[in-house]
Each structure stands twice: as C-alpha cells, then as structure tokens.
Unconditional design. Sequence first.
Length: 757
Amino acid sequence: MEDYLKGLNKEQYNAVVNTDGPVMVIAGAGSGKTRVLTFRVAHLLQKGIDPFNILALTFTNKAAREMKERVIKLIGDGEARNVWMGTFHSVFAKILRFEGQHLGYPSNFTIYDSDDTKKLIKNIITDMKLDPKTYAPNFVRARISMAKSHLIGPEEYANNTEITEADKSGAKPLIKDIYKTYNLRLKRSDAMDFDDLLFNTYILFRDFAEVLYKYQQKFKYIMVDEYQDTNHAQYLIVKKLAANTENICVVGDDAQSIYAFRGANIQNILNFRKDYPDYKLFKLEQNYRSTKVIVEAANKIIGFNKDQIKKTVWTENDEGNKIGLIRATSDNEEGKLVADAIFTAKMTEQRHNSDFAILYRTNAQSRAMEEALRKINIPYRIYGGQSFYSRKEIKDLLAYFRLVINHNDEDALQRAINTPARGIGKTTMERLIVVADENNVSLWEVVNAPGKYGTQLNSGTATKLANFATMIKSFAVEMKKKEAYEVAQLIANTTGLVRMYREEDTPEGLSRVENIEELLNGVKEFSERGAEANEGDLEFQGTLAEFMQDVALLTDADQDDDDNDKVSLMTIHAAKGLEFPYVFIVGLEENLFPSIQSISTRAELEEERRLFYVALTRAETKATLSFAESRYRWGQFTITEPSRFLDEVDEALLETPLRSGFKQQTERIRTENTIPKTPEPSRRNLKPIDNSQVQDKAFTGDDTGALAPGMDVEHIKFGRGKVISVEGNGPNQKATVHFNSVGTKSLLLRFAKLKIV
DNA sequence: TCCGATCTATTTTTT
DNA sequence: ATAGATCGGA
C-alpha cells in the first residue's frame, strides 16, 4: 500500500483505489468526501496517469481550488497543476472558448450574469409591450433558466404543449416568444448566460461527434463532486464524456441536496445505477467532523424526510456539548446575543474568530449580525450577498472592458455609451435599437456605422456616436499591445468614469472611486500573477480578456482576504462543504426558515429540511440555534413564530428546553406522513404591530457591580425580571435573569443595561 | 437631455 | 429600508 493511503478507512480506501470503471460514493456529512476525491486524483497521478487526462468537476471555485491545493500538498506541484479541476461552468466555458466556432460563437464571447440576463429579459418585455407585472422579469428568467437546464431550447419550448399549457393557464402564454427573442439577442451579442454554458456544451457534444471524441479521449478519468446537485444538462454532458472509458466517479449525498430549486435532480444518483449497471458503490458513513450530539441531532432531523437513501452516519468522536439555544425578542437582539455568545466562547475556550460561523437562510439577515459584531469589535467577513462585482460603478467599468473585448455585447454597450453622460440619450438609443433589429445586426454595428443602415440622426448626435466608437476601437488596439492593468487604467481614465464619480463629491461618490481603484488593483494583481505563472501554464497570459473570463464566473466567496482571523457570515447554501468548530444557525423562524415560499409542497419542505441538516452538520464542536420573536422584514415589523425545525431537534440534546418560561407554544399540527397543507400564512405573523412606542432614550443602566441573586431588575427591552445568578467577573460578568416577558435569559452585564429596582 | 422628486419592488437559496 | 425605475418639469 502506498504510504499516503494509510490514513484512510476501508471504504475511503476502496473509493480511492478503484480508479477504473464507474464508481459511486455516497458520502455522509463530514465523512471525508473531499479527502477521498483529492486522494483519488493523487493516486491516479501516482499511478502515472497523465494529468491532462483527468477532469474533476466541482460546484464552486472554492472547492476546486481547495482540491487542487490539497493534491499539490500530497504529491507536490508540477503535475498536479495540469489536472482540469474546476466548476462545471468554468470548465465548460473553457471548452466553449476553444470549440465555440462550431456553434457560431467567437472565442471572446461574453458571459452574462444574472443581472445582465434579467436586464435583457426586462428590455425584451418592454419592447414587446407586455405588462411587466404579468411578465415579471424574475419569473420569466426562472422559467427560461429551468427550460435551459432541462435542455429545452426555444423551439422545443414552444412545441411542448405541457409547458405552453402551463404558461397559458398562468396567463403568461408569450413566455415562449420572450425566450426565443432572448436567445436571439444573446446570440447577436455574442453572449451566453450561465445556463448556455451547459446547454451549448451539450449541443456541441451532441452534434459534433469529432469534438465529443476529442474530449472523450482527453478526459479518461472523470470525477464529479456534489453529484446530488447536478441538473439534467450536467448529467447528460458527463454521461457523454464518460461513455467511452466509463472511468467515472461521482461523489454525493442525497441528504445534502439543496439546489433542486435551480434544477438539480436527485434522480441523477438513482440513474447512475441504471446507466452503469456494473458500478461499484461505496458508502462513507463514519463522520470525522462532529461530536456525537451533533451527529445524532442531525440524523434525527433528516429522518423526518420521506425521500432518502438509507444510510447511517455515525461517529467515534466525543459526546460533546449540547446544542445551544438562543431566544431573542428581536432580530437586533438576536444579533447581540449571538455576538455575545461568540465573545464569551472566545474568552472561555480560547478560540480564534475564524472558529466561528454564523449561518442564515437569507442574505438580508446578515445586517443585524454585522451590526452586533461591529459593536463589540469582533472582526467578521461576509461571504456572498451583494457582490463586489454587482456594484454600479464596478458594472460600469466592467461594461467598458466587456465592450472592448466583445464589441457586440449589447448590454455592455447600452450601459457604457452614456455613462458618463455623453449626450447620447434614450431617444437616440431607441432609434438605433430599431435599426439594429430591422437589419438583424448587433447594436454596435449600427453605432459604429449608422450611415450604412440609413439611420436618421442629426449631425451632432452622429459626431457623438462616432467619437464613442472611435474611443472603444482605440482601446481595442491598446489591448493588443499592452498588458491588462495598463489598459484597464487607461479605460478608467479616458472614459471619464472616475472623474464622473469624483466630481459627485459625495461620500458615496468617493467610495465608488475607491471601489474602482480596488478593481484596478485586482486587475494588476491578476496580470502580475499572469507573468509569474507564465512558465508553468502556457495558456495563461494575464490579459484583460482573461481577467474578464475569470470575473464572470467568480463569486464573492472566492475572494481571499489577507487577515483571515474573522468570524464567517454566510448563507447556508454558501456554507456547504465547509466546517467550523462553532456554528450559529440563526433566524429559525416559521416563514423564514423554512422559507415561506417553500412550504407548500413536500418536496420543497424536504429541501428546506436538508438545508437545516447541512447547516447543523457544518459544526464540529458546538452548534447553537437561534430565533427571534420579532423581526423587520421588507421594512415592516413582524411578529414571528419559532421554526417547526426546532421541534425536530431532540429535546434531550438541547442545552435549554425549547419551551421555557411563560411562553406557551401554540400546538402545531404536523403529521410526518401527510403532505403539508396549503400554506396559510397566519395572520398573526404578518400583522404589523404598533411600533410607535418611543424607547426611553434616558434609560441608563445602574452600576451592576452590586447585582446579586434575588434582586429585581429592569431591562430596556425585556422589562421587569428577577436575577437568578451572577457569574464571572470583570468585563465578562454575566447574569441570568428571569424576565416576566420573555423568560430566562443570560446577559453580559457589559452590554445589558440593567436597572436595579 | 438632464435633473430631481416620487414610486416601486425587493427577499430564497447560486453558477 | 433602500436602491432603482419612472415621470414630469426645466
């Protein structure tokens, strides 16, 4: 046995060394899935397999990078860097840059992100004079995206009566036309959306046998991570690629499937047995990550789901801490209690900030957490949310980059042409768009040569257009001669974008200028990295075009930070695949988690439950659940109810009972084997309550040094209560107080302003 | 065409 | 709450 394989358990070992033929690995949470994948790659290389023959597909760039780093650690640099490891989207984008001409795409095609996509769909809806309320852009986009990920093109869509009937009964019969126009417009812009990267790769392999053959020869060993999250398109592409050698290894966990909402299909796991009847199955069931308490609680929760593949996750780890429970009166208080708990654990357990993660269902929940952490000076880092790349000023500058790289990129052109203002307004643009449509050419064609298409323009406008076109073309020339950073800086300055924001002379304007500078620094770093990497990776030049390819598929979670000792804040989706000693799962309230839009069908509810399972199994040492009894949502104060998921946590594993104090829980009727009733958003939850009571600004705490058990105290939010105990001293002094209103709470006296009554 | 005031949708999760 | 969209007036 090779040395490096010694640390593996039997199942892991088998999953690693069975390199030939189809293999499926069902890997429970924390069972060493990534380990198996990395060792498998290392093992292949060790056996002398050419790294260029190995393909490893992941869902996030982060997972890909991590895998690469770990392989390099195992067997050293050099060979490892030539393995194709990346997300489905990035790998297929790379293939399409090489092969896109078969489908009529240039290699410099633009990738539209969801913002660009949405905008384009919105434009089309307006152009078609449809009511944007009926045809809500987000809805239409979701519909088109769903179609594309099932490999249903515009024609198939229009010819599929089941689909069109559904659209008709939804009073949206024209989605098929929007879809058709949308695809034409994308094509005319030499652009692909995220789904096209998969769709077109599939078409490429389906229609061009020689291309398929080439990649089948290339990728002799294929590995797919998070197989439970693949959609139909991904499934078929992988199947085609693997058809020759059948050296395919998929790793997944049905209990962690949380992307059905975007077309992921758990059936792909089941299909695997049919597609490769002689496949080998390995089950990784031993959890190395979490304590017994966490594993047991998680097992019980997932047990409430009907649809699942039987498996038993177990662990030899210690029993561990019970699961914490935080009950807060408001979202802000929830933030404070969580921040306090982190502070306390840091002090008592000597932990780093980076040992903590706060996980939530929606990005909007981060704010209360941020504020609370900031108040007590705990550094944190937010993953996801409003991405750096979706800020206005960044989009503005990127639009120029895109336009310079691909003149036909219509979205980029529309954004750039009058930002900053160049006197090319709405009227002119509308006229140009009509001409472009009539002649079926890209918008750039018309802007660049309006005379050619007989566009009616006054001479002033014509000059402005000509100047703009000349400028863009001059950038394109520069781009060929200079490296990325120089061109980027030239563009930022010559276009007047930086000047525009600077002249706003407002704090926002200034921060926009700073963001632009940050982006330029990013470009600089990128091209320097390009120069360094040149000898190792011949394909990498560090050009602006390459930078843009990177950016299009990048998410915020992929960015690195210099200072890494920070508390992590992210959605549960973003946390998949990660682990932390201490995990706080916040906002466990009905209509938030599970989400109000996911409780009408069993399938949706079960996905929410898997999400909860994923969240809980991120924890190594201790998990803490929290919920608030009220929360601001959509700027509205709402009373909330604890999540049904809290009831599914084994009471015996909780630090404090769920139902304590005076609060009487309304009995919720839930039978495990009936389909949940139609959602009845309880009035109670949505009723705005009078929020006008002004808080007593003068409320200041008494000196709490004299605080002792038995004393009556008053709290600014909780009102009257009785002190049960006081522990700790100095800044960490805590008191347990029983309040009439909210039951027993533990408060850090430094923050809780208590008045002795 | 530009600017400001008013209105409005947004919040599920991501490549 | 808040950013973006929209509309009317300059």
